[in-house]
Design a protein around this ligand. Structure first.
Ligand code: ZN
Length: 350
């Protein structure tokens, strides 16, 4: 093994990422070193690329970015238990937590307020090698390919959001057909929802959703009235559950308007700024609203792998596959809105 590796990094406080030569990181006693095989580009990476307000506040420079990845363990810290071994195919939870925090000690690992993110505020996975705490590492079953392993992080967001309410036999509205919204719609189908309606204003994404989540009724709300679709689907009053994945105030208010009395709403999409809503409606409809953050460690991961085993096929969601050296094209595809997941291959690094 060499001492240096190729990596994509934010090298200066400005737009873009640079391909650099960086030292191969050294795992601590409780860490493993992973040879990265595939990585996926996340919306968070686009924020970091664009160097928006959030990134400027949260991402130190220089920083190797990227947190959606899969790879093979090549080195193990001396205190790592027998669960993991060299040669194992893995992915990892990107939220690195303090196991001594109140939240962690209460068993709520994903609610640690001091979470640090791989590729956000500790060295990331857009590199030939990445270090992760053994605690965070997930073993990949043999039938889960590396490229699917690289998109488990966002799949986890979708599953975690869908976990918030009982979907069995219910009418479910999913607003926002980005990759996570599409996966949430697919999960709702697999969870036995009676109807799943997925809204967006981007036809490319709605068409993609038909491939990943067959049987979901997609609606371009700029062209079609949601109430007409509800009638068509036989909804007498409204949706039982809404999963808001877009962060759009318009979508949020559509959820409030179309939920039944006592309905439930899970929010994953983050509004760009404070938003207004008619709180009177929320109160008088007795709605339950839940914010969703990250994935549950590690129940969500178990459910994800279970859903894959049960036949949920994420393969069509990967619309772009390329060598990491072509990363600029990958980021462009993401920014165009005409992509599903973009996966970068790190196996042929020279
Ligand atoms: Zn992500």
């Amino acid at each position: 093994m060499t001492d240096t590796m190729k990596a994509l990094a934010k090298t200066k406080p400005a737009e873009g990422l640079d391909l650099i030569e960086a030292p191969v990181p050294t795992p601590g006693p409780e860490d493993v070193l992973i040879k990265v095989k595939k990585t996926a580009v996340c919306g968070t990476d686009i924020h970091i690329w664009n160097w928006d307000e959030w990134s400027q506040k949260n991402v130190p420079v220089p920083m190797i970015t990227g947190h959606e990845f899969s790879g093979e363990i090549v080195q193990i810290g001396k205190d790592v238990d027998r669960r993991l071994k060299v040669g194992q195919r893995v992915s990892a939870e990107g939220h690195v937590i303090d196991l001594n925090s109140e939240a962690a000690r209460a068993g709520h690992f994903h609610l640690d307020p001091d979470t640090r993110g791989i590729g956000v505020n500790r060295q990331g996975a857009f590199a030939e090698y990445v270090v992760a705490p053994a605690f965070n590492v997930i073993e990949l079953p043999d039938d889960v390919p590396y490229e699917i392993g690289a998109i488990l992080d966002p799949f986890g967001n979708a599953v975690h959001t869908a976990q918030q309410f009982d979907l069995l036999g219910e009418d479910v509205l999913v607003t926002g057909a980005g990759p996570i919204g599409i996966m949430a719609a697919a999960v709702a189908r697999h969870a036995g929802a009676r109807t799943v309606v997925l809204t967006d204003i981007n036809d490319f994404r709605l068409e993609l959703a038909q491939k990943v989540a067959p049987g979901v009724r997609t609606v371009n709300t700029a062209k079609e009235d949601l109430h007409d679709v509800m009638k068509e689907q036989g909804l007498k009053v409204g949706f039982d559950v809404a999963l808001e994945m877009s962060g759009s105030p318009i979508a949020f208010n559509q959820c409030v308007d179309t939920l039944i009395m006592g309905g439930g709403m899970a929010l994953l999409g983050i509004p760009a700024r404070p938003m207004e809503t008619d709180w009177g409606k929320i109160i008088l409809k007795a709605l339950t609203i839940k914010g969703v953050y990250g994935r549950e460690m590690f129940t969500t991961w178990r459910k994800m792998l279970g859903l894959l085993k049960a036949g949920l096929d994420l393969q069509p969601l990967i619309t772009h596959k390329m060598a990491f050296t072509d990363y600029r094209q990958g980021f462009e595809a993401m920014k165009s809105g005409k992509s599903g997941k973009v996966v970068l291959d790190w196996t042929n690094a020279a």
